[in-house]
Design a protein around this ligand. Sequence first.
Ligand SMILES: Cc1cc2nc3c(=O)[nH]c(=O)nc-3n(C[C@H](O)[C@H](O)[C@H](O)COP(=O)(O)OP(=O)(O)OC[C@H]3O[C@@H](n4cnc5c(N)ncnc54)[C@H](O)[C@@H]3O)c2cc1C
Length: 512
Amino acid sequence: MATNSPNRNARSIAIVGGGLGGLSAAAHLVSSGYRITIFEADSHLGGKSSQFKSNGYTIDAGPSVLTMLPIIETVFSALGEKASDYLDLVKLDTLYKANFASGSDPYGEGSISVRANRDEMIEEIRSISGPKDAEAFVRFSNYLKDLYDAEFNQFIDRNFDSLLDFLKPISPTIKLLKLGAFKKLNSIVSDYFTDQRLVKLFSFQSLYAGVSPFEALGIYAVITYMDTIAGVYFPKGGMAQLPIAIGKVLTERGVSIRTGTKVTSILRSNGLSGAVTGVQLEDGARESFDVVISNAEAAITYKQLLGYPSPPRKIAKNEYSPSALLMLMGSKAKPGAEVAHHNIFFGDSWKEAFVELINQGRQMTNASTLVTIPSFSDPKLAKGEGSSLYCLEPVPNLSGKIDWKNERENAVNNFKSSLRRAKILSDDPNDIEAERIIDPLDWQAMGMEMGTPFSISHRFFQSGPFRPANSDKKVPGLYFASASTTPGVGVPMVLVSGRLAAERTRIYLGDR
Ligand SMILES: Cc1cc2nc3c(=O)[nH]c(=O)nc-3n(C[C@H](O)[C@H](O)[C@H](O)COP(=O)(O)OP(=O)(O)OC[C@H]3O[C@@H](n4cnc5c(N)ncnc54)[C@H](O)[C@@H]3O)c2cc1C
């Protein structure tokens, strides 16, 4: 593929941040011949998609579940490439192994494996939950596909200039109404399945959007579709290979990528007002650009880069998603139980657990947790015969009631005990050869609002046209591409946010 060589007089774009949102924006702009510079404060690209490497173990420290390959492919195809030429993608046969606790026994209520192959999944449900639920799965997976098709182009992959835009054309909204997408997610899933384990399995995904399945509307079942139907992948070498691969192609196409370079302010034509004119860097240097795309969180962009005393009300009033206690461990012992790449341990309380986590800001009494074992699909990510372990417990963000300075040790010990009961960790603490623990205070120290890596939650009035917009009429030439703007949180969504910011940029520069 020929190198794109932007000419020196081409219009110029600064992208503040080399996270997946920023990289996607660049990828979708390259073919227009602009001079593009990505400024990344960290020493590596990828933002939250980073890795912990220690003592022979490599473990992703951010996203672990890679879904929606077609959206990833869109980024590569904007660059004239194919993802498979840059990433060694493993398609997981078992997307998740879900284990259901009874009291303190993590496997007490059995396990269900979510299979990539539809017939195998039907068989799995038939053997565990019976023929009625197996038949319900066929109808449910068709329903999820219909929902996704009705939502994607109209509500996810598009820019909105007003609330009315959201309803134009009206037919997809009518279709969603007919699909019952505005009913509560939990009740939609409960209408299909009799086995409560399946209800949990197909509705917990709303938590990825920061909302309980009892509060979330059915439209959030698109996350269930992405997570359990559309396929889950793992790039060998870890998830961080994705930003590395995009960065590699961008460099080949002439994009200037400056890691270790922090932007301290976005410059405007009249000081604190007017159109953007460039950026100022930490060393005081000022560089001119026609457009700035901010991949930093919207609230942080306003406060730190535009010098606003506080973000505009539409952003300041938002509620943030719960956070995560993340334990990354290299263990020389193999798990003593049958495991898959992704393992979910459902605690035996359900509705109350969401109330504790989201409404009361407390740790869940019987927490549901995610254990990902990257070395399951790529043994090179562990030392010798050992395992690399990514263990995540949802916990309240910093608006909650936990004093992490004093309570961290206890929370970590409890989580480790539950991992020992599940035979993920051995009983010998010396088996842990590498360890990194990240709590909400650590996420906050990494610059994340409210100490959560999951940004503004997706409550209905913080989603779609209600989510902070990716442009601001008062700041011409500034666009946002990140989880804190439309369409939202998660790798597929931030890749779409980059495309949407690119579309706005092209219109602003008169190059539609
Ligand atoms: C623990 C965890 C688990 C997750 N699990 C999943 C999952 O399984 N599946 C999934 O799809 N998603 C998951 N996510 C969410 C997903 O990772 C994020 O939504 C997404 O990566 C956010 O990308 P972004 O581009 O918005 O922001 P970021 O990744 O935060 O990138 C922003 C970048 O901007 C840089 N930056 C900020 N300010 C400046 C400045 N002033 N100057 C220069 N650079 C700057 C930052 O250093 C950073 O690199 C997870 C996230 C975490 C942390």
